[in-house]
Design a protein around this ligand. Structure first.
Ligand SMILES: *Cc1c(COP(=O)(O)O)cnc(C)c1O
Length: 359
């Protein structure tokens, strides 16, 4: 197989051991004579695998028993509406921070179900910082934030505290879950589409403190109720077993190399190297405020009007793929998720330095 580094923002790079194990399981899963795609989700090997994945999530994130782990479908995008449907009653208020495209989508959905108070926004400067002054309501049900803004390359380095004691944080952690440590007790609910940092598309991880589900009385379709999936341990309907298995293997790999705390050290080292080079290199700069830079998605642009396609081709010739920036930022974006080895970042830095020498 051709050896390249994939800097895609999502679906994104997975550790080779995950790709290999998933590909082997497609042919035969655990000496059953069947491939995993062909097996009943009610069969013991599959039930055990899903339950083991649940345990790995608990272990790696140090979850207390009061939190449930769910493997759902519909992506993070379905959570944009499932969250308010279950947690925001008609006439009730929820506080939302607006730090980018995904935050805005979450806000739009919540407005269907209750009152949304947008307590901060960085829209005025194309979302290149995290606005930390929050105009919180004193009666909000929860405070929603996007922990890492995949498109704009900003990240909450520390999380705000909700104004009211009964309130709690809800976070879209699609692009930074398992990349760094955090205290789950501040959060009522976390959701993350798997395809950024822990697996392929098709499964969404939801972590929920069960006690927050009491407050809303509206009629909700069975499939849209968190309680349904809690009661049936993510097996109310047929779960995306292949995707869950890839998550299982990603988490095994993460566990084997020292868990989230060790990964955080690696991620910070990788990101610092790359930001340092962007600062040093006379051709590039990073549009994001220094304090709010993401350790997962690193956007950078040319200082002068150089030919972006030429740099992308130059990188591709060296095996550095999918570095084109999102259209709303332009320039380049290197996504350096958990599975991106430090050698990949080093190779990108070399390419940036050699390109600088050409000019
Ligand atoms: C990719 C992404 C989404 C959208 O995820 P889907 O699984 O495609 O719905 C939402 N939020 C964030 C932060 C993302 O990075």
């Amino acid at each position: 197989m051709k050896s390249i580094y994939n800097f895609s923002a999502g679906p994104a790079i997975l550790h080779p051991s995950v790709v290999k194990a998933t590909s082997d399981a497609t042919i035969e899963f655990q000496d059953t004579g069947m491939g995993l795609m062909e097996m009943s989700h009610r069969s013991q090997p599959v039930v055990d695998m899903v339950s083991e994945t649940d345990n790995l999530v608990r272990k790696l994130l140090k979850l207390p028993d009061s939190y449930k782990v769910l493997f759902l479908q519909g992506g993070a995008s379905l959570q944009f509406c499932m969250v308010p449907m279950n947690l925001l009653g008609k006439g009730q208020v929820a506080d939302y921070t607006n730090t980018g495209t995904w935050s805005q989508k979450a806000i739009n959905e919540a407005m269907i179900y209750g009152k949304v108070n947008v307590i901060s926004s960085s829209k005025d400067s194309n979302y290149n910082y995290i606005p930390k002054e929050l105009n919180q309501s004193d009666n909000s049900q929860y405070l929603h934030l996007t922990s890492n803004n995949t498109i704009f390359g900003t990240q909450w380095n520390s999380f705000p505290t909700p104004a009211s004691k009964e309130s709690y944080l809800v976070a879209d952690m699609s692009s930074d879950i398992f990349s760094r440590e955090f205290d789950i007790r501040d959060f009522g609910l976390i959701y993350a589409g798997a395809q950024k940092n822990i697996g392929p598309a098709g499964v969404t991880l939801v972590i929920i403190r069960e006690s927050i589900l009491q407050s809303v009385t509206r009629d909700i379709p069975t499939m849209m109720q968190y309680q349904t999936h809690i009661n049936k341990e993510s097996m109310f309907n047929t779960p995306p077993v292949m995707s869950i298995y890839a998550v299982n293997q990603s988490l095994h790999w993460l566990d084997s190399i020292g868990g989230v705390s060790n990964m955080e050290v690696n991620n910070k080292r990788k990101a610092k190297k790359l930001y340092d080079e962007i600062e040093r290199n006379s051709l590039f700069n990073c549009p994001v405020h220094e304090d709010d830079r993401s350790i997962m998605n690193v956007p950078f642009v040319f200082n002068d009007e150089l030919d972006e396609a030429n740099f992308l081709d130059y990188c591709a010739d060296r095996g550095l793929y999918t570095l084109k920036g999102h259209r709303s930022v332009g320039g380049f974006r290197a996504s350096i998720y958990n599975a991106m080895p430090e050698e990949g970042v080093d190779a990108l830095i070399d390419a940036m330095q050699d390109y600088e020498k050409k000019f």
